[in-house]
Design a protein around this ligand. Structure first.
Ligand SMILES: Cc1cc2nc3c(=O)[nH]c(=O)nc-3n(C[C@H](O)[C@H](O)[C@H](O)COP(=O)(O)O)c2cc1C
Length: 330
């Protein structure tokens, strides 16, 4: 006799299941009319090495159920970290999910998507009813895999997969002193080291760090009001802001504008804009060099965490980066 399971709160049960981090796949096939069919799935798992078997489960109410039930072949695509939009597209019910997609054809003409981390072409070996899902076991006939880092799903949200560091940060030499993992040390040293690669180019242009900060920040908007500039510089350049602005104006890189709607403002001169864009491209090249030293997808993780940190330290920062759409250059 089977024991009757307790009545679970569905949301809580789903949340508990969601604590199991998975990859994200799209599984595709063709229906009886030959139309491509597919959906986003994270119930995928490996079953056996010899013979090579994999499994996944499909909800009984899925519109694609008849197509998969009748199909001999299907393909599992392990999505890459930059395929979140594709995952969202294939998680919608029934729509024309393949519109404008560049697809290849696999066994039995099944549609194969590009840009994934790995693809497995399978033939249905068996299927079992498992409660409100149908479980498919497939024999892998062909597979390919690529270097793209995988997309992760955890706690109902997309996530990054990064490797954990091998070594633990060292203990401080002097009790009570900073450790190697003190945030101020990590941020400060990274900042100095990063800018030491850009500074020779600033020196060539005769610019200080502060002048470069204002010059590059001025490219965010065609016209920067004093209020905008205050937001950008407060807590960064407080004391030397006026001096920095005067120096840029004196060199013909920036001009002070007449008052508009009771607010004074600033605008880059054509020379200022040209110099700013040249130095920004140098800074981006330095960024690429530095980030190339990290593992796959770790640059995205680092930036995402630093963004969160900035949100904590400087909650106003978001308003700088999301200006009025009308002000964006076309
Ligand atoms: C990350 C993620 C994982 C999913 N995993 C599954 C799954 O394993 N099985 C399933 O049937 N649906 C799963 N879904 C939901 C389907 O993708 C969704 O219901 C889709 O609309 C089904 O398409 P269809 O109705 O056109 O067949 C998942 C959705 C997401 C976003």
């Amino acid at each position: 006799m089977t024991e009757q399971a307790a009545e679970f709160d569905p949301r809580d049960f789903r949340r508990a299941l969601g604590s199991f981090a998975t990859g994200v796949t799209i599984i595709t096939t063709r229906d009886a009319e030959g139309e491509p069919v597919g959906l986003t799935v994270n119930s995928f798992n490996s079953v056996s090495m010899n013979p090579p078997l994999v499994l996944w489960s499909l909800a009984n109410e899925a519109m694609s159920l008849p197509a998969f039930r009748d199909a001999d072949y299907w393909a599992v695509h392990i999505l890459a970290t930059d395929q979140e939009d594709l995952s969202t597209r294939f998680a919608k019910r029934g729509e024309d999910k393949f519109a404008d997609l560049d697809i290849e054809e696999g066994r039995g003409g099944i549609p194969l998507l590009k840009g994934c981390t790995a693809r497995f072409q399978c033939r249905t070996a068996s299927s079992y009813q498992g409660g409100d899902h149908l479980i498919f076991i497939g024999e892998v006939l062909d597979y390919d895999h690529f270097e793209n880092p995988p997309l992760v799903f955890h706690g109902g949200r997309y996530a990054h997969a990064t490797q954990r560091a091998h070594s633990k940060p060292g203990e401080p030499y002097l009790a009570g002193s900073f450790g190697e993992d003190f945030l101020g040390y990590l941020l400060g040293r990274s900042h100095f080291r990063f800018f030491s690669r850009i500074r020779p180019h600033l020196a060539e242009a005769g610019l200080s760090d502060e002048e470069f900060y204002v010059l590059s920040a001025m490219t965010l908007k065609p016209r920067m009001s004093s209020v905008d500039l205050d937001k950008l510089t407060s807590g960064v350049l407080d004391d030397c802001c006026t001096q920095t602005l005067d120096s840029l104006i004196g060199r013909g890189l920036l001009k002070s504008e007449e008052k508009v709607a009771d607010e004074s403002g600033y605008e880059l001169t054509p020379e200022g804009r040209e110099l700013a864009l040249k130095l920004i491209s140098v800074a981006k090249a330095v960024e690429s060099q530095v980030l190339a030293g990290l593992g796959p997808d770790e640059d995205a993780v680092l930036k995402s965490l630093l963004n969160q940190l900035l949100g904590v330290l400087d909650p106003e920062v978001g308003s700088i980066w999301h200006p009025d759409e009308n002000e964006r250059p076309g």
